[in-house]
Write a protein that binds this ligand. Structure first.
Ligand code: HXC
Length: 295
């Protein structure tokens, strides 16, 4: 889809870059000529991912074990990166989430999510931003959110609140830092299965009970997303030629949130004979009403 060297000369940090969607984006950046830094909590997982990405792409990949819940660890690692030359891009991908009835959540459970998604994303963004501003460098931030920023999300309230905050940060800083040459956008992925998210959002007992997560019935395009499709959008937003796009939250979900936020999304599963029956029933109602009016 893109020239292989479209990101040549760029240096991009991906938080949560050792696994899941972060790993897919990091690999796509390296495959398109960027130098990549990946952050994650588990050193050995990061080292292994970095080695695999290097082997696949031939790119330069630097792993740094950083827990973004720790502001001083963020600052220290960011300082080390910029000491060797500024980042050109940051992807705020690291997240935590699990489903639970909200009345069962403790204050600590809320913090477990908010400390990663809201606080960690803010602290990482500001650590990069203040260095871009001080050095007079341009910068580009992509934050991974969810479509829940528009709809809310029952049973995942700490995540929905935190991701909505990240979307607000994206819009706010796009304006505040725009004059400094810093762009911020967010991507709201729909269902792109990953081990980390699926085990916490669709644990096996729930999947067995509801059958949910196994099909794609609520998705107008009738399938889950492929990681390469998300990675393409992440490359596009970092690429030269995309320089006028800022402050946007872009959904990539096969149309799912538009479909499921209306009243009639389940009707997409009806077949021709269902629709013939429905049409006949409505026409019978109309005819009965007309008959009443003329008598
Ligand atoms: C109720 C729970 C709970 C549960 C934990 N807690 N699980 N409460 N129901 N199922 C409570 C605990 O009792 C504790 O509170 C507090 O939360 C912290 O628990 P810990 O076990 O100490 O959690 P911690 O080690 O901090 O790990 C939490 C986590 C972990 C960081 C969120 O799950 C994790 O590592 N996740 C990373 C990967 C991930 O989650 N990926 C999914 C992202 S998906 P008390 O009061 O007892 O101390 C995403 C959007 C997907 O973001 C969108 C798809 C469309």
């Amino acid at each position: 889809m893109f020239r292989e060297d479209v990101l040549k000369g760029q240096k991009i940090l991906v938080t949560g870059g050792g696994t899941g969607l972060g790993r897919s984006m990091a690999e796509a950046y390296a495959a398109h000529g960027a130098e990549v830094v990946i952050w994650g909590r588990r050193g050995p997982v990061l080292e292994e991912a970095a080695e695999e990405i290097r082997a696949k792409t031939g790119g330069k990949v630097t792993p740094q074990a950083v827990d973004i819940r720790n502001p001083s660890a963020i600052d220290e690692a960011m300082e080390a990166i910029f000491a060797e030359g500024p980042l050109t891009g940051l992807v705020n991908n690291a997240a935590g989430n699990f489903i639970s009835r909200t009345e069962d959540l403790s204050a600590n459970a809320f913090n477990a999510i908010a400390s990663i998604v809201a606080h960690g994303t803010f602290n990482t963004t500001v650590a990069a931003g203040r260095r871009w501003i001080a050095g007079g460098h341009r910068g580009n931030v992509i934050s991974i959110v969810t479509t829940w920023v528009w709809t809310g999300s029952p049973f995942t309230v700490p995540s929905a609140m935190s991701k909505a905050g990240v979307a607000a940060m994206t819009q706010s800083l796009a304006v505040e830092w725009g004059p400094r040459g810093i762009r911020l956008n967010a991507i709201a992925p729909g269902p792109f299965p990953t081990k980390g998210a699926w085990e916490r959002l669709m644990p096996e007992p729930l999947a067995r009970k509801t059958g949910a997560g196994t099909g794609a019935g609520s998705i107008p395009l009738r399938r889950m997303g492929d990681h390469s499709e998300l990675a393409n959008l992440a490359v596009f937003l970092m690429a030269p030629g995309c320089d006028y796009l800022t402050g946007e939250v872009i959904a990539i979900d096969g149309g799912q949130w538009l479909a499921t936020s209306g009243n009639f999304h389940s009707l997409t599963n009806l077949d021709d004979s269902d629709w013939e029956m429905i049409r006949a029933a409505i026409q019978a109602t109309n005819a009965a009403d007309r008959a009443k009016r003329t008598t």
